[in-house]
Design a protein around this ligand. Structure first.
Ligand SMILES: [Zn+2]
Length: 148
């Protein structure tokens, strides 16, 4: 259990880390500005834009040719992440696919977490009994006689 003074200490630690990282960022930017020629030359050498036949030949033949691959990998990663977040079970921490909507809620659950879906798989008798129950409920809602 977390006590109020522990929360306060955690907040102070977060604030301290934030200021340290901010100071490191400012110092890093100042160092880059102060040594801009050295940084620019290092970047030109490591991206392949120096000592080549054209101004950007080395870049597009070397480092720059990886941009397309990085884009593909990034797009696939974002797609997989988004798909997993969109279609997985809404129970926190469950990565199974949520095929089954829970009536009366906006949630979709996997068969392990949905209360009405059998975990071990359903027999055809169970499925047909559920369907018959649904049809009887629909007929009762309309005021008709149950379907025989
Ligand atoms: Zn689940």
């Amino acid at each position: 259990m977390t006590r109020p003074h522990e929360l306060l200490e955690a907040n102070e630690v977060k604030r301290f880390v934030f200021w340290i990282l901010g100071a490191a960022l400012v110092v890093g930017v100042l160092l880059i500005v102060a040594n801009f020629d050295v940084v620019r030359h290092w970047l030109a050498v490591h991206t392949g834009t120096v000592n080549e036949s054209g101004p950007f030949y080395g870049f597009w033949s070397g480092f720059g040719s990886d941009i397309g691959e990085a884009t593909l990998i990034g797009a696939v990663s974002v797609g997989v992440y988004t798909g997993a977040r969109k279609v997985n079970c809404h129970t926190k921490g469950c990565w199974r696919i949520g095929h089954h909507p829970l009536e009366g809620t906006p949630y979709h659950l996997c068969k392990h977490h949905h209360p009405d879906v059998p975990v071990e798989g359903a027999s055809i008798e169970h499925i047909l009994a559920q369907h018959q129950k649904f049809k009887d409920n629909q007929a009762a809602a309309k005021g008709d006689q149950p379907v025989a």
